[in-house]
Design a protein around this ligand. Sequence first.
Ligand SMILES: Nc1ncnc2c1ncn2[C@@H]1O[C@H](COP(=O)(O)OP(=O)(O)OP(=O)(O)O)[C@@H](O)[C@H]1O
Length: 311
Amino acid sequence: MNDPVIQTERLCRYFGNRPIVRDLDMRIPAGQVTAMLGLNGAGKTTTIRILMGLLRPTRGSATVFGEDTSQMSPATRGRIGYMVEGHFLYPSMTVQQCAKFQRAGHATWDNELFHQIVDHFGIQPNSRIAEMSRGQRAGVSLALVLAPDPELLVLDDPALGLDPVSRRALNETIVEFAGDGKRTVMLSTHLLDDVERIADRVMVLVGGRLKVDTSMDDFANRVSGFAVKIETIDRGQLAAIPGLIEARKVGDWFHLSLADCDEEATAAIQRLCGDAIEPIDMTFGDGVLAYLARERGESSFLNLDRAGAKR
Ligand SMILES: Nc1ncnc2c1ncn2[C@@H]1O[C@H](COP(=O)(O)OP(=O)(O)OP(=O)(O)O)[C@@H](O)[C@H]1O
């Protein structure tokens, strides 16, 4: 098997005495699009900043192209395109000036590619950054990052605040870039629909820990849902269900989401409610939400009916 492009081992990062990234063992294979999901504050940007050599780990290690990220050589850095959250660009520059400024720092620069991407976002090359929409600025940032033809593209929440048309342009550009399987993309995002469209792999960070790291197909096969008819379940009973991700009360039913459901798990559920079990079709979004809602700690006993009645 090929060496992973990104690898972390027991990676930890504290801010003060707060653990933000915890024991992360991550392997990002070459030639795939990997999406990192997680609630606000889960540690996605912190992880990316460590991978880009901008932040040192408190413990553990991170390598990109086999090189320790805290001592990354300029040659390795040159193989990476990194687009930061918020797409910072100098407001007074025009698009062309941005390109001229950026290409001076890169031996490889594909000007035609730069202009194709800019055009795809509906941007005129002589427009000034200060006069652009957020989506257009994202387009310029992406073009600046892709024009040097990086082998690894790292995008931190690239779709933040973009309208649907700009988002589509962004997704199409990412897919096109990764398309031939020679380049690797890692992005953090909150947009589950986009992940389904463009990602090959998904990671879910929960409270700084990696709870999911798998292919999209595997994720769909490994997360299952059941509706069980039972008045109440206590925490002890929930703890006895192996692989339980989340339990939500919906009307007279509890909806249970499970990872890697096996006979033992099914038997544990049957002990609770006999045959009053119905399988639920779980979408990708349902599966991810089960992990994320559990993290927020509000969902285990959420009764949607009651929530509705309060309004
Ligand atoms: N330099 C810093 N000093 C202290 N705390 C920090 C620092 N950088 C990040 N944090 C804290 O670490 C936590 C994780 O932040 P991070 O930006 O990694 O989350 P995230 O998963 O990217 O969130 P979002 O989805 O909102 O972008 C947050 O609580 C944040 O306030």
